[in-house]
Design a protein around this ligand. Structure first.
Ligand SMILES: Cc1cc2nc3c(=O)[nH]c(=O)nc-3n(C[C@H](O)[C@H](O)[C@H](O)COP(=O)(O)O)c2cc1C
Ligand code: SF4
Ligand code: SF4
Length: 277
């Protein structure tokens, strides 16, 4: 059944840990489905681990609240950054959160693991507050990436240009859900388990793949929104980024900008540019 596409095969009775990236200010489809179809968790310890490349806003709230509603006992919430390999942002020439997670974040993640184990065994835990409500602009943007649109629109409109495709198979290999297979001519064809991560389009060495974000409304509008976000983030100077060129599946770095603030705390800025790496 469609609704059970990503449902959990089984549920451990010892503890539950959900680690997830942020996609389009949401959880990826497979993660949200998985969590939604978890059975009653009956007070078992649960932790949440979020990786994000630009703004995570309140993405973790739904996850934490859903686990709680299912009866789990939260024993940890952690978030850190990862490089934002987001095709529309790369096309604008920006890689946000380059070289993340940092050594420090990895160290903190390790400590988080140890703390979670201790709390699951009974050590005290003060539950961090939920993330604050995001500004209106991001809530509006999130409407363009609603789950229904992801499942029934964005994920279904991939096309391959057979005059460019060499049938190398890379897109099939790298798809995280095994959603791409060969058609009888050897070209890629897309099934229904797509996360709209855009990795296939991003990594194709022949630039032979296009998606809904390249062609139609509201995909084209979503692309404009990404463009607006990039301009806004760069102008505000709140996020670290590296200038890049994305071409034929490869990302080349051009320059680095460092912003000396807590990236989530919106404080003072100093900039430093360095030459190509
Ligand atoms: C399609 C897509 C959409 C993304 N949307 C967001 C977002 O809305 N906010 C954010 O902070 N990061 C976003 N990211 C960045 C990822 O959360 C970040 O790069 C994370 O490190 C990815 O983890 P992974 O490399 O394990 O997939 C997005 C990444 C992709 C591929
Ligand atoms: S990665 Fe590109 S060239 Fe290779 S099979 Fe896929 S679409 Fe064709
Ligand atoms: S966007 Fe491409 S790589 Fe990502 S899940 Fe969908 S088919 Fe796979």
């Amino acid at each position: 059944m469609e609704s059970e596409k990503w449902a959990p095969a089984r549920c451990s009775r010892l503890s539950v840990g959900i680690g997830s990236p942020v996609y389009y200010f949401h959880l990826p489809l497979n993660v949200s489905h998985y969590v939604q179809y978890l059975p009653d968790l009956g007070r078992i310890p649960a932790f949440v681990f979020i990786v994000h490349g630009s703004l995570r806003i309140d993405t973790a709230n739904w996850l934490r609240q859903t686990l709680e509603r299912k009866g789990a006992r939260e024993v940890g919430y952690f978030h850190c950054r990862g490089e934002a390999h987001v095709l529309p942002l790369l096309r604008e020439g920006y890689l946000f959160s380059p070289d993340r997670p940092s050594e420090r974040e990895l160290f903190e993640a390790k400590n988080f693991g140890a703390a979670v184990a201790a709390r699951a065994a009974g050590a005290p835990y003060v539950r961090p507050p939920l993330e604050p409500k995001p500004p209106l602009i991001y809530r509006l943007e999130r409407l363009l990436a609603r789950r229904w649109l992801m499942e029934h629109f964005y994920s279904r409109l991939f096309r391959v240009d057979s005059s460019k495709c060499t049938a190398c198979g890379l897109c099939m290999e790298i798809c995280p859900t095994g959603n791409i297979t060969r058609d009888p001519r050897g070209f890629p064809q897309w099934d229904r388990r797509c996360l709209v991560c855009l990795s296939c389009e991003m990594k194709c060495p022949e630039a032979a793949i296009t998606s809904a974000l390249d062609r139609f409304f509201p995909g084209a509008l979503l692309r404009l929104v990404f463009r607006y976000d990039v301009r806004r983030w760069v102008r505000e100077g709140k996020l670290k980024y590296t200038r890049v060129i994305h071409r034929r599946g490869a990302i080349s770095r051009l320059a680095t900008k460092h912003v000396n603030r807590s990236e989530d705390g919106f404080r003072g800025i100093s900039r430093q540019h360095s030459e190509a790496i």
